[in-house]
Design a binder for this molecule. Structure first.
Ligand SMILES: NC(=O)c1ccc[n+]([C@@H]2O[C@H](COP(=O)([O-])OP(=O)(O)OC[C@H]3O[C@@H](n4cnc5c(N)ncnc54)[C@H](OP(=O)(O)O)[C@@H]3O)[C@@H](O)[C@H]2O)c1
Length: 214
């Protein structure tokens, strides 16, 4: 696949590394290519461009920017360049205010998630929430004694979700499909829960697992 990744931070780089490892073509999009100079040097064949170039390049697009500017980044990427494409949304709506006793603050509420806002603003793109509920160090083929962890996903387009499920298979995850975009109201706050052990006891390597009836 050709994968366009909007972002230059830890998530963009971790997922880019995973896509490259699994044989996909990657272009990372940023406002400042200098931020990705070292990454590009270490990963031959990776392309670096602007947000619009990365969105145009990708058959699949990954959104990996700060939650507060997610809509701005998508607008810079160009709504037409994202139309009819799966947009794997790894963002979280983390507010600028600091955590309280290790609990992050969100700028959304439980009646509307960030992904729903983005989906409403760009109706032709096929958003799928994924990779928001784990730290970047464990995104690609993580090894846990308890086996494969579970990634909770949601989105309105079944074909886009099938594409994301295929990516999660390659990246060593079980997929739990929680349904339509509204489920992001529940999936985004998993980020708050995931971060608490990090803030209160500096434990940043763990993941969620769903246990089913079998
Ligand atoms: N860090 C993690 O382990 C982790 C895990 C799961 C989910 N997440 C979520 O994934 C997303 C990315 O996290 P991150 O830690 O990799 O990076 P981040 O520091 O949250 O975001 C960096 C990115 O945001 C972009 N950005 C900042 N201000 C912007 C603006 N005004 N307009 C357009 N773009 C702007 C930057 O673009 P430029 O490249 O142009 O500077 C950069 O690509 C966040 O939503 C985060 O909550 C993070």
């Amino acid at each position: 696949m050709k994968v366009g990744i909007l972002g230059s931070g830890d998530v963009a780089k971790a997922l880019a590394g995973g896509f490259i490892k699994h044989g996909h073509q990657v272009m990372l999009g940023t406002r400042d290519a200098a931020k990705l100079k070292d990454f590009a040097a270490a990963h031959q064949g990776t392309q670096i461009g602007g947000f619009a170039e990365a969105a145009t390049f990708g058959d699949v697009v990954v959104l990996a920017v700060k939650g507060t500017v997610a809509l701005q980044a998508l607008e810079a990427a160009g709504t037409a360049n994202l139309a009819n494409k799966p947009v794997l949304d790894a963002t979280n709506p983390i507010a600028e205010t600091p955590p309280v006793n290790g609990v992050l603050k969100f700028f959304t509420n439980l009646d509307q998630s960030l992904m729903e806002r983005l989906q409403a603003a760009l109706p032709a793109a096929h958003f799928v929430k994924a990779f928001n509920s784990v730290g970047n160090a464990a995104m690609v083929n993580p090894q846990f004694p308890g086996g494969k962890p579970t990634m909770f996903i949601c989105g309105n387009n079944d074909s886009a979700k099938a594409t994301v499920r295929g990516i999660l298979d390659q990246f060593g995850w079980e997929t739990a499909d929680m349904g339509k975009a509204e489920a992001a109201r529940a999936i985004e706050p998993l980020c708050m829960l995931w971060c608490i052990p990090g803030f209160i006891r500096n434990d940043w390597f763990h993941a969620f697992k769903m246990l089913n009836r079998g």
